[in-house]
Design a protein around this ligand. Structure first.
Ligand code: FUB
Length: 323
């Protein structure tokens, strides 16, 4: 009996050690909207937005970076940019993305000002735009490159940058009126070339937010939280589409579900956030936490459905044979 209990205790300890969701990014630190990238230093970098404890209406003030080599132990690099550093916005530090081009690091970010009046929407003064910042280091600090948003109209948020193999950079975004927008960035990354274009999504265009674009083999993937909740994807043969809808990656759980997908040391990883209870928090509501899961492809390039797990990528080091 004693031996059985000891064996059970050992098993529980191993399980507890491997339970890595949500990611250990910092005690009492609320993070969301993870954007994952692997840079030339060989580390996995995560750029996130930063929730205030028990915040309402996503009044958020800065963006944070983390890095890791085993996806279990994370270094917190702190705030890499804050709305305090901007001349044109003082609030809504929402989902960021980052890119590496010509030896420099870029951060695209939504930010804004004003308030949303839920009772009388006509009285709302809230506005958001997209900024671009640069740094010589992936850990920042990032500096606003143009002291203004990339454009003022239309209102926009949730930008993502994709750098193609030929070095061309594409910015994807959405606005309050139109989703599925793309623009190519100018070579100096200080503006967009021409106008935002609405992409051809093959006839299926549910409401969405937080797009993500990556390339695997010769195929481009456009992924997004459909209805802000269900992770779904399209594929195409060009970064600007046309796109073909391919189905669900992860079902809805409740609350928004911003994500990113990246290959690190032979494994494909899905980063996303979950709304979880926080024992001891100043409010009773669920708050956002960043989590990660392995993502697998079928031979034809389709993505296998991903389940949320407690273990997440806790065994990453063993899988890739790292020490
Ligand atoms: O974090 C604020 C907003 O919530 C993001 O911009 C959306 O994608 C949603 O996650």
């Amino acid at each position: 009996m004693k031996r059985l209990l000891l064996a059970l205790a050992a098993l529980l300890t191993v399980t507890a050690c491997q339970a890595q969701n949500p990611l250990a990014l910092g005690k009492d630190l609320r993070t969301a909207d993870p954007s994952g990238h692997v840079w030339p230093d060989g580390r996995m970098w995560l750029y996130t937005s930063h929730d205030e404890e028990c915040q309402a209406d996503f009044h958020m003030k800065d963006w944070t970076a983390f890095s890791s080599t085993d996806l279990v132990n994370w270094t917190n690099h702190g705030a890499v940019l804050s709305v305090k550093d901007l001349k044109w916005a003082d609030d809504y530090a929402w989902a960021p993305d980052a890119a590496y081009k010509n030896g420099r690091y870029y951060l695209v970010f939504p930010a804004g000002t004003g308030v949303k009046d839920r009772q009388n929407p006509k009285n709302s003064t809230k506005w958001m735009g997209i900024g671009i910042a640069e740094s010589e280091s992936p850990a920042g600090p990032f500096k606003d490159m143009i002291g203004a948003p990339l454009w003022r109209k239309p209102y926009a948020n949730d930008p993502v940058l994709f750098i193609d193999d030929d070095g061309r950079a594409y910015l994807y975004s959405r606005t309050s009126g139109v989703n599925y927008l793309v623009a190519e960035m100018a070579d100096d990354m200080r503006s967009i070339k021409g106008e935002l274009q609405k992409m051809d999504m093959g006839g299926y265009e549910p409401p969405m937010e937080g797009p993500w674009v990556f390339k695997r083999g010769g195929l481009y993937y456009f992924t997004m939280p459909e209805h802000n909740r269900i992770l779904t994807y399209y594929t195409g043969t060009s970064p600007k589409g046309p796109w073909t809808y391919r189905g669900v990656i992860m079902d809805a759980e409740g609350g928004n579900n911003h994500h990113s997908i990246v290959q690190y040391k032979s494994q494909w990883i899905l980063f996303y956030h979950r709304w979880l209870d926080v024992p001891g928090a100043a409010c009773a509501k669920k708050q956002r936490h960043v989590a990660a899961e392995y993502l697998h492809f079928n031979e034809d390039g389709s993505i296998r459905r991903v389940e949320r797990t407690k273990e997440g990528v806790g065994d990453f080091a063993q899988r890739v044979g790292a020490r």
